[in-house]
Design a protein around this ligand. Sequence first.
Ligand code: PGA
Length: 240
Amino acid sequence: MSRKLIVANWKMNPQTEAEAIQLAKAEDKKNVVLCPPFVYLSNLKLKTKNSKLGAQDVFFQENGAFTGEISPLMLKSLGAKYVIIGHSERRALGETDEIINRKVKAALSAGLKVIFCVGENLAIRRRGMKAVKNFIKQQLSKDLRNIGNWKLKIENLLVAYEPVWAIGTGKADTPKDTKEVVDYIRSYLNWKLKIANWKLLYGGSVNAKNAKGFLEVSDGLLVGGASLQPKEFLKILYEN
Ligand code: PGA
């Protein structure tokens, strides 16, 4: 069974807690991180035993007058070990590089493992791989600004390469292009933060058919749509 990390990003699904429990039980395997909506975390902690739990977002303050927000320590107290930060769907809702930078620092300081997402849109991809690398480099340098000075547990930082045009579209990237970008991210971070052994994931229309190719060029997968279909998700795990 799976040795690389397979992260299930359920997004704003499913609609009820009963369905969430059913889905979690079906996907409760080793090396899996389930990222349900916040509200299901505490109950899923009780209902799962092999998988780890993650959240889909977090706020950067520890507590106080921030209506509707959730702090890193709250997530930890519910049993979450991971948190996704900087997903393109959150960026599309207005999350800026500065906010993402603060969130990454706050989550790492609290001891959470961060699945930090980067990726270019279609217009950039059409300009070629050089433009893609340039864009990713900017995201990395803005969103991880000063992170090396914070004495954070940088080994808790995972980077997910998710080309925006591949997310939820059924049009996954190719393993070849993914490898080029993933290798670029790895060497940029090695140089910038002087740390080797980065864990890099691929996300964007991963399914049972294409999972193997992406697993060969990355350290794991971030799976959206297919993680809502247990049969498909389990097939992805068997490719690992
Ligand atoms: P997708 O989503 O697998 O449905 O493309 C991936 C993601 O948004 O993380």
